[in-house]
Design a protein around this ligand. Sequence first.
Ligand code: PNS
Length: 163
Amino acid sequence: MLSVVCPGSFDPVTNGHVDIIERASKLADQVYIAVMVNQNKHGLFPVERRVELLGESLEHLDNVSIETFSGLLVDYCQAREARAIVKGLRAVGDFDYELQMAQMNHRLTGVDTLFVATNPLYSFLSSSLIKEVVAFGGDIAGLVPAPVLEPLISALRSPERPG
Ligand code: PNS
């Protein structure tokens, strides 16, 4: 039985993430989505809401579970007995940092990182770019899962939101 972990901030989940998770779910018996809590980074959505939006976006996959985790990713992998981390690589810009993390994680516990080449349809996508485009009124239909669209627009365009 092969279990893998797909980690990230998922603030919010995009169609690029969904594509990688769908492909991981075909490669592995069990996929754990780890929504990593970063104390130094204040996100748009609380982590619990990110988990809900991931759940609504991944309902069609029956070997995927979603959890939050605070701490080292390698400790989460050990707790779930996951033999590998699965990450998407969009372009060379991702490579340096991803390689550094993969090598550190391997040094820490021996866990391997498997890189999946992002679908070119989504290679320009990131959660931060999506938020910027939405905040200024751009159309992001087709770039985020349907359940994310309205919550994202309301969170970023509400009149109470400062700035
Ligand atoms: O979606 P992101 O923000 O690019 O994901 C980055 C993430 C959460 C996967 C990475 O920051 C991480 O693994 N954080 C957990 C803390 C940790 O293990 N740090 C050491 C990495 S070598």
